[in-house]
Design a binder for this molecule. Structure first.
Ligand SMILES: [Zn+2]
Length: 241
């Protein structure tokens, strides 16, 4: 019997509590939802991310941390829609400030999970989150693609720990899924100068947590080598600096 099936049975037998604070009879209580609107901005070089920052819904602590771990590691998929709403609020505000109009095409690139995580969890949380996010952004008039452009090389792990040397080698742990990239980006876009927005879609990298920043940097560098420039990066939460 699979772990996810056992969880389904568990939910049927016992009413669930808030994924953030365990308050009974709700998926994510109103107070915990409000925690996801305490936006955090972390500076990155504009040569890496066009907008020069990574934006997060909240700091990675307390109920937010608990909710993300419950969602991702314990398969609490009911939380996905709440995270998608929180990210949509942040992204729509950021697009408005950046002057990106609703007729501009958007591309969402989910950070990849390691092969072992996919196997153990039996699902790809970031893809599911991006799919729901795309629906919400589309409802606001945007034309949105989800592009799973990256996957991790066999034997590599997306981890927040490890030596400096291991973290520095992060950029070499991602492979391009060319089938996905070529289905979303035309050849002209892939050959256009980095950060050229006028001729290309607005590309956003989406991840769950930003800790050292090495994952997002590794992903963006791999995408750049494939001709894809990232204009903005968003995470659900960011570790306080
Ligand atoms: Zn709560």
């Amino acid at each position: 019997m699979t772990y996810s099936l056992l969880r389904e049975i568990d939910y049927l037998l016992a009413p669930r509590g808030c994924a953030g604070c365990l308050q009974p009879d709700c998926v994510l209580c109103h107070t915990c939802q409000q925690q996801l609107d305490r936006w955090v901005e972390r500076d990155f070089p504009s040569s890496l991310i066009c907008l020069g920052a990574l934006f997060s819904c909240a700091r990675y602590q307390g109920p937010v941390r608990h909710a993300i771990l419950t969602w991702k590691d314990h398969g609490d998929r009911e939380v996905t829609q709440y995270f998608a709403f929180a990210l949509a609020r942040l992204i729509l505000c950021t697009l408005h400030v950046a002057g990106v109009l609703s007729d501009h095409p958007l591309v969402l690139i989910p950070a990849p999970s390691s092969r072992s995580s996919l196997r153990e969890r039996g699902w790809y949380p970031m893809r599911e989150l991006c799919t729901q996010l795309a629906v919400l952004l589309s409802s606001q008039g945007f034309h949105v693609h989800v592009c799973c452009a990256l996957h991790q090389k066999r034997g590599s792990h997306k981890s927040v720990t490890g030596s400096v040397r291991q973290r520095q080698s992060k950029s070499r742990t991602y492979q391009i899924n060319w089938h996905q990239v070529e289905s979303v980006f035309d050849a002209q876009t892939l050959c256009s100068p980095p950060m050229s927005l006028s001729s290309s879609p607005f590309v956003m990298m989406i991840d769950d947590i930003c800790t050292t920043g090495s994952t997002v940097v590794g992903c963006i560098r791999s995408l750049r080598q494939a001709g894809v420039s990232v204009h903005a990066a968003f995470t659900l939460a960011s570790v306080p600096g």
